[in-house]
Design a protein around this ligand. Structure first.
Ligand code: AMP
Length: 219
């Protein structure tokens, strides 16, 4: 099963994707994670992407299409994948269509997480994660059970994304409206778009997505 998760920054795409990885053995393909890794490793791609990411703008289609295409060549995607944060523009959506056709792959669902954007600013600016295992936390909604200690691995080091500040979040939302939301009609025409209320609590969002995927599996 191959999916796209769509929605503005902070809609919960990453949270739902990592859950689906654990529960269904799908692979999460997050172009944001791939770019952050490139920035950390100071590769040529990372050097080009760093300033754009910090400003909340979009990295060039050529760069992102290149890293995604390479990733789709890995054998681990055979059990299914979740695209998280890609495609984000019409050019990327077209490129994806061509890549999938060339590799004999199809998309089963495009899931759009619908959200109240003002609430998202609070959601995003409060988030942080374990620097060791990556478990996600939030200042208001999900503190570690013991303050300063990761519930999962016990690490005491945490990190925040540099682009998770109010100003950058608003720029990222504008990019979403201007460039990403307009690709939805393309997938609507294929009859594969489902909308899920992303403002519900994490478990309800998960249940709605599971219902959709299980209905598909039941045929
Ligand atoms: P994300 O982790 O998906 O929120 O992405 C973080 C940042 O990485 C974005 O604000 C963009 O600067 C960049 N980025 C991630 N995915 C893409 C993409 N598909 N196209 C262009 N830029 C991207």
């Amino acid at each position: 099963m191959n999916l796209i998760l769509l929605g503005p920054p902070g809609a919960g795409k990453g949270t739902q994707a990592s859950r689906l990885v654990k529960e269904r053995g799908l692979v999460q393909l997050s172009t944001g994670d791939m770019l952050r890794a490139a920035v950390a490793a100071q590769t040529p791609v990372g050097q080009k992407a760093k300033a754009v990411m910090e400003s909340g703008g979009l990295v060039s289609d050529d760069i992102v299409n290149g890293i995604l295409s390479e990733r789709l060549d890995s054998p681990d995607i055979a059990n299914g994948f979740i695209l998280d944060g890609y495609p984000r523009t019409a050019v990327q959506a077209d490129a994806l269509g061509e890549m999938l056709a060339a590799k004999g792959l199809t998309l089963d669902h495009v899931i759009e997480l619908e959200v109240d954007e003002e609430a998202l600013v609070e959601r995003i600016t409060g988030r942080f994660s374990c620097a060791s295992c990556g478990e996600g936390y939030h200042d208001i909604f999900k503190q570690p059970r013991v303050e300063g200690v990761c519930d999962v691995c016990g690490s005491t080091a945490f990190k925040r994304r540099p682009d998770d500040n109010a100003e950058t979040v608003r720029a990222r939302m504008e990019e979403y409206h201007a460039k990403t939301a307009p690709i939805l009609p393309h997938y609507e025409a294929l009859g594969i778009v489902a909308r899920v209320d992303g403002m519900a609590d994490m478990e309800s969002v998960a249940a709605s997505i599971d219902k959709l995927l299980d209905a598909e599996a039941a045929g």
